[in-house]
Write a protein that binds this ligand. Structure first.
Ligand SMILES: Nc1nc2c(c(=O)[nH]1)N[C@H]1C(S)=C(S)[C@@H](COP(=O)(O)OP(=O)(O)OC[C@H]3O[C@@H](n4cnc5c(=O)[nH]c(N)nc54)[C@H](O)[C@@H]3O)O[C@H]1N2
Ligand SMILES: Nc1nc2c(c(=O)[nH]1)N[C@H]1C(S)=C(S)[C@@H](COP(=O)(O)OP(=O)(O)OC[C@H]3O[C@@H](n4cnc5c(=O)[nH]c(N)nc54)[C@H](O)[C@@H]3O)O[C@H]1N2
Ligand SMILES: [Mo]
Length: 919
């Protein structure tokens, strides 16, 4: 836990008294007063420990014989420090001059920190002899995203700290001594052959250009690397990393992380190197209308034959066609909005469906994602959002990560989790698959897929049995405890061990560890939510946190790691069939009228709408005949996707608004080309409830337009009286009925991120909520007991194996963006699945060969990798690859509360592809 009481010290800095908190270094104290002492190995940014190895920041301390490195020396009471003496200045300049001697004649990075510091010391060249030519290290260009030019390396150790201490990836090290010292990747592999995950933290940290993004290294560098910097938010995941797009000649050249509340300058491979999808030749640049003589609808359009299916149209023509096919058709039209677009765009989308068609058949990918978690949270805690930011793990001593794989899917959040373990925090990982956090875990529970409830109930049983629960907390803040306690009696660990595959002693140890924590957090993901008992899984996690009183304080809380960059915001904005913005019940007359008053329109349906999978069924049933789909790719992301594709083909009018001609757009009648995230203005809300401003770095290509503009133009043609001319006006309207945005204004967001709830115009927002009760009757959270329910489809003789679907670091969902991002596609170019080496051996398949996977819904053929992390008899398939689409296989059965499909468990038959072909 952080120190709350702060003691201060006063010292003299260049003749002036300065008071700072104890422990502050001379460098920090000076910097805090606007005085920048030259520095090379020091990076004054969160996560970087000062190292004091380069001597570029030497200052004089009265009474000390030698100069001291200001970056590592803490100030002391009465200390007299001079930074500007002749001796200090000469010494610092000498350090830089000596290093400059060995720098390449032409810097790799003209705008590098090193040359800024040289200039600060009035050094432009060196009087010292350069390194012998024979000793100059060679260029290492083995990595697709980065270049290693060790001739510019000054051994400052920043890349080592970046890799080991900030991102905790442990790839870079320093080998050799003295003259022979050099940085190495793993056991001195070329960077491209090492275990590097390409987060690029080292590139961002390197002060000399020895490590550089390839996009910068590949160009002549006699000019500055960029013309303009635009601060925005990463377009990929729910972590919501703030970043700076470096724009050169109208294109994004590279990306740096900046100091956002969630990421503190860190990024992952997608955020840093995955941006060039926006410049891919497949970008839609003109509105398209299906030709009258087009072939039958199917998955049959590709860039080469686009014009046999579609013709280019003007915006007027395309918008008229889009609107005319939908206007006045009420319930025949349904909508899927987007969690990749802004809050304002999500709000407008649900408004179009509700105001324009009079019903609530509007949903988005949250249904396939955390819908069950949100159902359980709303039911038992009264709010669907996280109770604490993930960064609160800094204040925890125990954390559970269950059914989530953050090193690949929330990589920047994972850096904080790994740092937590380095500080001694106990990390309990629960996943049927060994995953990236395993080697950092104090407890790794590799249990049987689908058996979460049995495992969690057993853990809670022990907590009750051994009296480890927090009676005071339970009495003050919860309801239904007696029933919960009685229910748990039936789940002793010995009995549950058979079901979940974790022995009773381990379950007891985990129970004691979690219950004994001073502060503990629970993080979860799709492994928990994507089951027919997903809501029950979350209910258990909520109960576990409540009975141990681990909510509402620093370092405690419930945190479902939200997936899409704006799934929290899109859900908050009402892109949900049962809720208006801020989770207000659509069946409540007063709620609807509050909205229709603002919208100045008549009432709309008081019935909850249909969800994603239900809408596909309703198309097959002939009830829904047209759709408007914004920034979502159901022809790849829905379960039992052939059924979904057949549904899309049945529609008589499909409008798709996307940046690419996706699999879904293959079935469209009208395609509206939109701007990608780095091309537009709008706000997004991350997993931490932090609302942040996105800004355009480059213009959209061709005639592509911002999504909100397209929505407005379409609404006008549907007869709606909309006159927004800027997203800020939409945001202002949202605020009228969204208490969550109180005190958060567009103007504030232009300056800084704000976490909701924000209690005053100055409050940066509350990272932790519910310390003094819950937004439920009497302020009490509820225990809802859960029973053990098996997965919908258990293995049998015909389908004897278990299929688990999920994600990989480099690819985003349906691949539409990342398979068009050059670095990401180069790292993971081919559809692949993972199986245990013994499973492969039993099948007679070698790693790299192909397997045939068959479920009751269909078959795919896919390259197999050997991976000991996958349990025997299981297969893990990422769903990013159209040529071997995982969702051909998945089971569309739904959880009854969250209406989420069971993406994480299907019975499957695995065969050697060769054997099948020979039959
Ligand atoms: N690189 C990348 N990052 C992403 C995304 C992406 O597509 N690519 N998508 C984003 C989105 S929208 C989301 S929702 C998140 C999802 O992020 P995660 O929740 O981490 O996603 P998954 O990889 O689908 O599944 C997580 C884990 O669940 C485990 N699991 C499987 N079955 C079970 C089970 O029965 N019980 C339990 N407890 N665990 C099980 C799997 O082994 C897997 O390790 O990622 C976001 N980030
Ligand atoms: N088998 C299996 N299936 C799953 C899952 C799983 O774990 N296993 N996970 C589920 C989960 S958690 C999720 S969240 C869903 C995700 O499912 P989807 O949301 O359908 O997947 P994405 O590929 O993210 O689709 C986003 C679309 O938005 C487009 N896009 C990107 N930026 C913009 C923009 O600025 N404007 C517009 N108009 N379009 C844009 C992209 O090109 C892409 O077509 O998949 C679900 N499906
Ligand atoms: Mo998701």
């Amino acid at each position: 836990m952080k120190d709350i009481v702060e003691t201060t010290v006063t010292f003299s800095l260049n003749g002036k008294d300065v008071t700072v908190p104890e422990g502050t270094t001379i460098w920090e104290a000076a910097n805090g007063r606007g005085l920048v002492i030259p520095h090379l190995c020091h990076k004054p940014e969160p996560g970087y420990r000062p190292d004091g190895n380069c001597r570029a920041c030497m200052v004089e301390v009265e009474g000390e014989r030698t100069l001291v490195a200001s970056c590592i020396r803490p100030v002391a009471d009465g200390m007299v420090v001079k930074t500007d003496t002749d001796r200090a200045e000469k010494s610092r300049a000498l350090v830089v001059e000596l290093l400059a001697a060995d720098q390449p004649a032409k810097p790799h990075d003209a705008s590098s920190h090193f040359w800024d510091m040289a200039a600060m010391n009035d050094v432009s060249e060196s009087r010292f002899p350069a390194i012998e030519q024979a000793r100059v290290p060679l260029l290492d260009d083995s990595h697709v995203a980065m270049r290693v030019n060790l001739d510019a390396c000054i051994h400052c150790n920043l890349c080592v700290r970046a890799c080991r201490e900030v991102q905790v990836n442990d790839v870079i090290g320093m080998a050799g001594r003295g003259h022979d010292a050099k940085i190495v990747f793993d056991q001195d592999d070329p960077m491209g052959a090492s275990t590097c995950v390409a987060c690029g933290e080292c590139v961002q940290a390197c002060p000399t250009g020895a490590l550089l993004p390839a996009t910068v290294a590949d160009t002549t560098n006699d000019t500055k690397d960029f013309d303009e910097e635009v601060e925005s938010v990463c377009p990929y995941c729910g972590v919501g990393c703030q970043l700076s797009f470096k724009v050169k000649d109208g294109k994004i050249k590279y990306v740096d992380g900046i100091n956002g509340p969630a990421n503190e300058n860190r990024l992952c491979v997608k955020g840093r190197f995955g941006f060039d999808y926006i410049a891919h030749p497949h970008r839609l640049t003109k509105p398209l209308i299906r030709r009258d003589d087009a072939p039958a609808k199917g998955l049959n359009v590709d860039p080469a034959n686009i014009h046999t299916h579609f013709r280019e149209a003007t915006w007027d023509e395309a918008l008229d066609a889009a609107a005319n096919g939908m206007k006045g058709r009420g319930r025949e039209i349904a909508g899927f909005g987007s969690a990749k677009c802004s809050n304002e765009e999500a709000y407008l989308f649900q408004k179009i469906i509700r105001q324009g068609f009079g019903h609530n058949n509007v949903d988005h990918c949250t249904r396939l994602c955390h819908a069950s978690s949100v159902a359980a949270l709303l039911e038992n805690v009264g709010s669907g959002a996280v109770t604490a930011t993930f960064n609160e793990i800094e204040n925890a001593d125990v954390a559970i990560v269950i059914g989530a794989n953050p090193t690949e899917n929330h990589p920047v959040a994972a850096t904080y989790f790994k740092q937590f373990t380095k500080r001694g925090g106990k990390l309990i990982v629960m996943d049927p698959r060994g995953q990236g956090l395993k080697r950092h875990a104090s407890h790794m529970l590799q249990f049987k897929p689908g058996a979460d409830v049995s495992m969690l109930n057993a853990i809670m049983h022990v907590i009750v049995d051994e009296g480890l629960y927090d009676q005071q907390y339970i009495e003050a803040f919860t309801e239904n405890w007696p029933a919960m306690k009685a229910h748990l009696a039936d789940f002793p660990p010995e009995k549950m061990a058979e079901i979940c595959g974790i022995d009773a002693d381990t379950l007891r140890d985990v129970a004691r560890t979690f219950a004994g924590a001073k502060a503990a957090m629970i993080f979860w993901g799709m492994g928990v939510s994507q089951h027919i008992h997903g809501t029950d899984n979350s209910r258990c996690l909520i109960s576990l946190a409540l009975m141990t009183g681990q909510v509402g304080r620093p370092g405690t809380g419930l945190h479902p790691l939200r997936g899409q960059n704006n799934v929290q915001g899109a859900s908050d904005a009402g892109l949900i069939p049962m809720f208006l913005p801020d989770y207000k019940d659509v069946t409540d007359d007063g709620v609807r009228s509050a909205f229709t008053d603002v919208w100045k329109s008549g009432d709309f349906s008081n019935q909850k709408g249909l969800t994603v999978v239900e809408i596909m069924h309703a198309i097959h049933d002939g009830d829904i005949k047209g759709m408007y789909i914004l920034g979502e790719n159901p022809a790849m992301s829905d379960p039992d996707v052939q059924h979904a594709r057949d549904a899309l083909a049945m529609l008589d009018h499909l409008v798709v608004q996307d940046i690419f001609l996706t699999e879904t757009a293959n079935y469209a009648d009208v395609i509206l080309p939109s701007s990608a995230w780095p091309e537009k203005t709008g706000t997004v809300t991350n997993t931490n409830r932090q609302v942040q401003m996105g800004r355009p770095a480059v213009p959209p290509p061709g005639d592509a337009k911002e999504d909100w503009w397209i929505e407005v133009e379409l609404a006008k043609r549907l007869g709606l009286d909309w006159d927004y001319t800027h997203p800020s006006q939409i945001f202002a309207e949202m605020k009228l009925n969204m208490g969550s945005l109180d005190n958060i204004t567009w103007e504030r967001l232009e300056q800084t991120a704000v976490t909701y709830p924000s209690l005053s115009p100055e409050d940066p927002g509350q990272p932790i909520v519910f310390g003094d009760g819950f937004p439920r009757p009497e302020g009490r959270a509820r225990f809802t007991p859960a029973n053990v329910i098996p997965p919908d489809e258990v293995p049998d003789a015909e389908y004897p194996h278990v299929l688990i679907t999920g994600r990989q670091l480099e690819h985003w969902h349906t691949g539409s963006m990342t398979r068009r991002a050059s670095v990401l596609d180069a790292v993971e170019p081919e559809a692949n699945c993972s199986l245990h080496p013994r499973t492969l051996r039993d099948l007679g398949v070698k790693a790299g060969d192909y397997v045939r996977l068959t479920t009751r819904r269909g078959s795919i053929t896919i390259m197999a990798r050997a991976d000991r992390a996958v349990a025997e008899g299981n297969v893990f398939v990422p769903f990013a690859y159209v040529e071997a689409a995982a969702n051909i296989l998945t089971n569309p059965s739904l959880d009854p509360y969250g209406k989420i499909p069971e993406f994480k468990f299907s019975a499957v038959r695995i065969e050697a592809a060769e054997a099948v072909a020979a039959e």
